[in-house]
Design a protein around this ligand. Sequence first.
Ligand SMILES: *Cc1c(COP(=O)(O)O)cnc(C)c1O
Length: 373
Amino acid sequence: MRDVLLADFRAAWDQNASRYLEAVSRVGASGWLVLGKEVEAFEAELSAFWRLPHAIGVANGLDALEISFRALGARPGDRYLTTPLSAFATTLAILRAGGIPEFVDVDPSGLIDLRQVRARLADKTLPAIRFLVPVHLFGHAASLAELAKLKQDFKIEVVEDCAQSIGATSGGRPVGAESLLAATSFYPTKNLGAFGDGGAVIARTAEHAQQVRALRDYGQSRKYVHSVLGLNSRLDELQAALLREQLKLLPAQTTRRQELAHRYLASIKNERLHVPPIPPDSGSVWHLFPLLVDGDRGTFQAHLKAQGVQTAVHYPMLIPAQDALTSAGLSRLTQEFPVAQRYAAHEVSIPMHPYLSDDDCDRVITACNSWNP
Ligand SMILES: *Cc1c(COP(=O)(O)O)cnc(C)c1O
């Protein structure tokens, strides 16, 4: 029997090859390869799907974050408050924009603890925070209502990291709706995955959208007119054409992820395995399905592997503990993040993707329930 995979790119190809090939031939026949009609059409379709005014394609999620900060006027030495539990890119983008990252712990759901954010922002003895960078982790939405209150009560810019949460809502509103600029990624494993790298910035105003368009293309406001120092972070026509096909599939795929999540929620019954709570008001899109394991995570992973079920860990080391930060004196390890640390030590992600069959899902459930260390 073949293994139950964490992501199944071959199944995606087998089931959709004709649309993908058609998209590729459309681009080839057009004679235009970078930032053209496919990118424009994808941006329009993505912003319509997202129910926010503008989407601007860029080269990856890391750039989408950096460009968002810079388009909002990031200056060297600005302070950013973010989560210790995320892809490293969230903090790397802050550093690339010249910022100083600060961290607060996560809540039991694994997302940045907005009560601790409030306490940090209210502490006038500490340097002022300019940017708040929440991550809608695992496909769950952090509370947009609480983000709105934080913006009201403190002078901060919010830049939501939506790399894992495309299509997710909080109180019915799309993630990203509390940011002038929000970022997402089309890395192949994401819910909307390209055939390589890609990303987008979601913008609320035409002015900000324009600024992002300039920054992704060497800072050009017009051809050969460089008004700011930008990046080369262009999205190419092939990825855009393929992403347009993926976007058509996304609503049904999100529904499938939600079905699988409900199956897991209803049927995983093992007193050593805990599903973290879903944040209140979150319309989750289940980018991942995290479990917290009581005891030795390694033996659980080995048990699943023996049953033919792949697993992964999100994330084994907290960002502020990474050498890239500590060796450069960029984070204080004196702080502790006990909840995030519990994730780092005990989280295991089980397979969650739209090509998982009911049988695959049941195999995962059986493997989980039969773990008896
Ligand atoms: C994937 C991811 C990113 C980075 O996206 P890339 O396209 O890989 O640069 C940033 N933040 C989070 C939360 C992610 O999951």
